[in-house]
Design a protein around this ligand. Sequence first.
Ligand code: GAL
Ligand code: ZN
Length: 682
Amino acid sequence: MRQHGSWQGDGIYFGADYNPEQWPEQVWADDVALMRRAGVNLVSVGIFSWALLEPSPGRYEFGWLDRALDVLHAGGIRVDLATATASPPPWLAHRHPETLPRTVDGTVLWPGGRQGYCPSSPIFRQHSLALVETVADRYAEHPAVVMWHVSNELGCHNVHCYCDVSAEAFRDWLRERYGDLDRLNDAWGTTFWSQRYHDWAEINPPRAAPTFANPTQQLDFLRFSSDAQRAQLRAEREVLKRRVGQPVTTNFMIGMGIKHMDYHSWAADVDLVANDHYLTVTDPNAHLGLAFAADHTRGVAGGDPWLLMEHSTSAVNWQPRNVAKTPGQLRRNSLTHVARGADGVLFFQWRASRAGAEKFHSALVPHAGPDTKVFDEVCRLGADLTALAEVRGSRVDADVAILFDWEAWWGVELDSHPSVDVTYADRMRALYDALWRAGVTADVVHPSTDLSGYRLVLVPTLYLVRDADAEALGRYVAGGGTALVTYFSGIVDEHDHIRLGGYPGAFRDLLGVRTEEFFPLLAGERVALDDGSTADVWTEWLHPAGAEVVASYEDGPLPGVPALTRHRVGDGTAWYLATRLDEAATDALVGRLLTEAGVRPPAAAPPGVEVVRRRADDRSWLFVVNHTDAEATLDVTGTDLLTGQPCGGTLRVPAGEVAVVRDEPAVSGAVPAGEPSPAAAA
Ligand code: GAL
Ligand code: ZN
């Protein structure tokens, strides 16, 4: 298990990936001087250095890394040292072409990019672990090293390999899971389409086929592939743990963009959870996506503080149009991560590269040098994070949980379903965004999480659910909780087998409804509800079976049929939403649920102003992020750590700015709201 709280420094970590090998050594001294100017205190080193550290098998060259670590240490900069296994050197594939990954149609992925290896390759495993051993032995005692960084974004490019080596590993994984072929045949439903297996050797990954591949075979291959990546993390961790004392992590990619690593199952394999997050610049609500990713990372971390291992100071290089961040956006982005539980803010990368595929990616030091908007903002952020040192180790207040399960995501987006418009991100983000607009923070957590501390639990599109998790939600409601389940939830078990007797299978009794048939809508088709709202994508022929009807369709394929229901269960209430409400109606529904469940935002704020509270035993901090272009005024008392100014009842946050107010117990003679405090006037 994780060793909670053992990884933090004495404040908030601030830094970047640092790739000194891309620069002549004369530049390193400048780098360290600029790092000190900016307040940088942690850099990740060596992530893509394998080809330099081991120029040929078993021959190591550490001189440059020795010198780089010493220069950093002399400058007081701490190091998160990579195991350097992220991308194998060209000699590996040259000598062992069987280590190259293959796509679903058999295409070989050649070296020349990065991460070009089959995740199940024993040859890759052996060479990578030899490197980890050597690096760990050499630097275990280095005084600069405070943390170890396994590989890099495991599974980013090579998560699904369909080669023969992977096929054999998949068979081993299946033997482990099912024991015998009869159980596998049952689980996969192979009586359908003449798929029955009589010998393990007949089984393959779901390679390109004439038509839809068996869905459970697909689901198990997704599970296997996540486990194969995780196995590399675990193997490297094991080697490290025998040699080093510092905490071990790797950078996850939690967000709605990367789907194939079940990080919930990986969390126990790291001493601290670290995440990479990049904005989707085409999304006008990109800052809500950022908040979601941060709340989900905290959920994976079990509520503990976590580390933002990478984000960008400005544009990236890998989107079709790489838009630069506007002034102030870098600061809002970074401090939102801190508000939502990050105890460190790092970037890719320290100095923008001169060459290579990412030379147009922003950095802390741009091509134009330190005399730039970006470096000024970096320095300002460094000062902010220094001022926030006391926040380290505190936790985030949240009364609402949203249930998230990677397996449900994989399951719901398999092919041959009622409608391609039902995606996992869709209602997940719709409900999350409605909470965000209401100023309410949510923990995004796995369905197996203990829910008893939450006032409200939202369950978007939980298509695949285990019996135990469905039962736990039932107990939560019966014990006095409020839950909302949305359509196409509870449909199948972990084998992707339908739960018979009417939808939404696992939640039918809890919700007090029974659906006999789905009536998905055509693209662009809309229906009206009798409460004045509209909906699209999905309707279903639902019969109340104990639930009260809150709203019904007025038109569409099912006029008069209930679309929204409410069921009293024990001391609690279970709501079911059987259609895709528009945004205004989603906001209204979430608002009603918050009121019924007694959930309030940490402070009243104007629209577009984000408020989140972090809390320690004896005090708390209100983070206020103003995403609007107008000054925001909030009724708040305390001291803004970023300006050092007390606010006696009224906090003014200029357009685009951020405040972090340390809450102080009210003292007698406090200045009434709206008037300047004596200190502020002085
Ligand atoms: C991440 C990766 C970094 C860099 C960055 C660019 O996926 O870990 O090495 O490529 O993206 O945005
Ligand atoms: Zn493979």
